[in-house]
Every structure is written in structure tokens, then in C-alpha cells.
Design a protein around this ligand. Structure first.
Ligand code: TXE
Length: 412
């Protein structure tokens, strides 16, 4: 609770650090990321004294019960796109579970992690419990995933690195692994949707945090009856979107995190053009200084195009037209990922059918990005396994011990 209080007292500093490091909007850091980080810490602080096992219904001769014990030493390897959110999402349930831990922030964004460690110390968390080690992936991250004395690694990042971490865990001490990986999330918009609302959700879904968010709505499937009207509105809104200095309160999109990401996004844009998708808007860097990219939409995207299959992690949307609900479900699932999905419809039957048919860990109906500290967050398929947030995240840092004792005289 004290740690959460200190985060609240340092909202501006933390938001500034994340903006400097990642190009994130200072305003959203100050209003959303950092206050929510404090609330997440508070949520798990409240859970810390509510961890208990069960009394077992063993055969009549035994009294049996389970204990939930901390899994041990945890290595958290986190990415750069939400440095504060990721830090607290990993650290606070592990602390509540009674684990000790080492956090390795991404090399692009180490500053807020170091500041959180400082605040944790001020809050009275004993030395050695919460440790932060900065460094690069293959060296510092690799040392964590292959370490013989680390009991678990909790990772958020790319699918390729997730694979490497699993291999390192298997080759070392078989540590428990939790992976939150990439996504290519569909937003499915049906004919009965309010086009104004649907186009705004699609816009935010791809442009929030400059598209550097694993649950971005990077594939937008629109039913044919409203496709033309939707496309027109979306284009207008995209072209009015303000890109620039993340400290300017009027700006809605800052620069991409670094040169590598900036170049990766551009190479996908070039791919989209070569693959024959229609460039509806954007498609170029913005200005000649800094890693800014125009909000970009490709229309007429086919499922097998690279821009429909790979995680671009930037402000680039793949727009598709569909006819029937069956086609929408089949195409929404036509991806190796399974992190999130959105559905926009007024028809409850359609919403229920589609939400149960899409293989993804989070489904948003008539909304998008409905995050909450109480809402488990994680993937199906190659988006990984294990959950952050909610009580599921607490349980992943705990292991179950069964204890049995004869109830009366020993049966043997
Ligand atoms: O991620 P990496 P990168 C996706 C997104 C992005 C792509 C590449 O598509 O364009 O990944 O980003 C550490 N052993 N996501 O290269 O490399 C690294 O130091 C152990 C999706 O930045 O996965 C950092 O701390 N650790 C994603 C963390 O892993 C290693 C968020 C993430 O970096 C390591 C970020 C290794 N061998 C990128 N190599 C999401 N799911 O939100 C790197 N790391």
C-alpha cells in the first residue's frame, strides 16, 4: 500500500521517464498508465492476505489440505511499449505471492524500472526482494532464463524470444515459464454497428500508443453493407490525427520507440504495397527528424498477405470486407496469434456466437482496450500462455502443496 502511495506521489516523474524513453504521450502516462500502475499495486496488496488453500475430501481416514506457497525466485523480462504497466503487472502479484524477484526492463526503457525500485525501497520492501538489472536481451535476459537458481521466468515480448526463453528454461532447470507474446487481433464490425462509433474504436484500436501494443486492432473486418461508409469515415479521422512531440498536449501519437522499430514498420508498409493491398491513407514517415510514421490503412487486404499475418507493431491497419458471420469467424481465427478480439454489433446473438468462437484470451464487445487490474490478460495459440492481471496472475506465482495426515489412528 505504501509502494502504491509513493507511485501516486511521483506520477509526473514516472510519466516523464516513460515519455523520454519510449516516445509515449506524457498526457496518457500521467492520466492512465501511472495512476493505473498505483491501482494495480494496491489491488495485489489487498490480495496478499487472502491467499489460502482448500480442505480436501480425501478418504475418511485422512485429513488433507492444500497450501499455496510462493514459487520462489522469479525473473521478469519486460518490453519497452508499456514500461510502467508491465513493471507493476509482473512485480505486484509476485510480491503479494511472497516471491523474490529480478526484473530486467527492456534496454530501450530502463529508467522508470530503476525509479520503481527506488520507490520500493522507500516503501520498506526489504533489500534483495525486488531487484532490477538493466541490460540487453541475449546477455542479461538470457542469464535469467538459463539460470539454475531462478524458479520461474515471466516474460512479455516477441514470439521469437518467447521460444528462446522456453528452450533456455528446458535446457537449464525446467523453470516454470509464463509468456505474453505478440498478436494480430481482429476487430469485427457488423452491418448493424453505429458507423461513427465503430470507426472511432477502430482508429483508437490501431493508433493508441502509436500501434505499439500487442492487443492493437491491426486487422479490421467490416461487413459489406457498411464498408464504404466506414472506410470514408475512418480515412477522415486518420487524416485528422495529430502526430508529433509526445509532450505536446494536443498531440495524439508520438514517435516509434527506436530506429529498429521505425524501419521494421516501414518495411511492412513497403511489403503491403508490393503485395497489392490498396493504400487508403498514410504510408510514409512524417517529417525528417524523429521516428514518426503517418497513420496508415491498407484496404482490400487478403488473409495470406504478410501485412495480415505478421505483427507490425506500428500505426498500420489491415482492412478487410466480409459477407457472413461464418466468414467473419473463420477469417478472424485465420492467424497464428490469439491475444484479443473486438466485436461491434447490436445483436446479442451475434456477439455471443462470435465471442465464443474466436480463439483469443480477451474479447471486447462494443468497446476496445477495456483493461482492468481485475481482468486477466494473456494469449491463446502463439500469443503465449499464463495471465497477467486479475487473480489468475497471483496464482501463477504460487504453487500448490498437498498435505495429508491420518485423522484417527494410523491406518497402517
Ligand atoms: O522484442 P524482444 P523487441 C513484438 C513486436 C516488436 C517485436 C520486436 O512485434 O516489433 O516484438 O521487439 C528481452 N533472452 N513485441 O525486439 O526482443 C529484451 O531485452 C531473454 C511484442 O524489442 O522480445 C526485452 O527486455 N530475453 C510485445 C524483452 O525481451 C531477451 C512487446 C522484449 O524484447 C532475449 C514488445 C533473449 N534471448 C515487442 N532477447 C508484447 N507482447 O507486448 C530479448 N530479450
Amino acid at each position: 500500500m505504501k509502494f502504491a502511495e509513493l507511485i501516486d506521489e511521483n506520477v509526473e516523474e514516472l510519466a516523464i521517464l516513460d515519455s523520454i524513453d519510449a516516445g509515449k504521450l506524457f498526457s496518457t502516462g500521467k492520466i492512465i498508465d501511472i495512476p493505473q500502475a498505483a491501482n494495480t499495486v494496491r489491488y495485489y496488496a489487498g490480495a496478499a492476505d487472502k491467499i489460502h488453500g482448500e480442505v480436501l475430501k480425501m478418504s475418511r481416514e485422512f485429513h488433507g489440505y492444500t497450501l499455496r506457497e510462493p514459487i520462489g525466485v522469479v525473473g521478469h523480462i519486460i518490453p519497452w511499449n508499456f514500461p510502467s504497466t508491465m513493471f507493476v503487472a509482473k512485480v505486484s502479484p509476485a510480491l503479494a505471492a511472497g516471491c523474490t524477484m529480478i526484473v530486467k526492463p527492456a534496454e530501450q526503457t530502463p529508467l522508470s524500472a530503476l525509479f520503481y525500485a527506488h520507490l520500493a525501497k522507500l516503501a520498506g520492501i526489504p533489500d534483495g526482494v525486488l531487484n532490477v538489472i538493466t541490460g540487453f536481451g541475449p546477455t542479461a535476459g538470457g542469464a535469467i532464463s538459463s539460470h539454475m537458481d531462478i524458479d520461474m521466468v515471466s516474460f512479455t515480448g516477441s514470439t521469437d524470444v518467447g521460444r528462446e526463453i522456453m528452450q533456455a528454461a528446458a535446457k537449464s532447470n525446467l523453470k516454470t515459464v509464463s509468456l505474453e507474446l505478440g498478436g494480430k487481433s481482429p476487430l469485427v464490425i457488423f452491418d448493424d454497428a453505429d458507423v461513427e462509433m465503430a470507426s472511432s474504436l477502430a482508429l483508437i484500436g490501431i493508433l493508441y500508443n502509436k500501434g505499439e501494443i500487442c492487443v492493437s486492432s491491426s486487422r479490421v473486418l467490416v461487413q459489406e453493407g457498411i464498408y464504404d461508409e466506414f472506410t470514408k469515415k475512418l480515412k477522415e479521422k486518420m487524416e485528422a490525427w495529430a502526430v508529433g512531440d509526445p509532450f505536446d498536449p494536443k498531440v495524439q501519437q508520438g514517435p516509434q520507440v527506436d530506429k529498429r522499430q521505425f524501419e521494421k514498420i516501414q518495411s511492412y508498409i513497403e511489403h503491403g504495397k508490393r503485395e497489392g493491398a490498396t493504400l487508403l491513407t498514410g504510408g510514409k514517415p512524417l517529417g525528417n527528424k524523429g521516428y514518426y510514421i503517418q497513420p496508415t490503412v491498407f484496404a482490400d487486404v487478403k488473409d495470406d498477405m504478410l501485412i495480415a499475418q505478421d505483427e507490425i507493431f506500428g500505426p498500420v491497419m489491415a482492412l478487410m470486407k466480409f459477407k457472413t458471420i461464418e466468414e467473419a469467424i473463420q477469417r478472424a481465427n485465420n492467424t497464428r496469434y490469439g491475444l484479443a478480439a473486438g466485436i461491434i454489433t447490436k445483436d446479442l446473438n451475434v456477439a455471443n456466437t462470435v465471442s465464443r468462437s474466436i480463439r483469443a484470451g480477451i474479447i471486447w464487445i462494443n468497446c476496445y482496450f477495456a483493461f482492468d487490474r481485475d481482468c486477466p490478460y494473456g494469449g491463446y495459440k502463439q500469443s503465449g500462455f499464463g495471465r497477467d492481471f486479475g487473480m489468475d496472475a497471483l496464482y501463477k506465482y504460487l504453487q500448490v502443496k498437498s498435505i495429508a495426515t491420518p485423522l484417527y489412528n494410523s491406518p497402517w
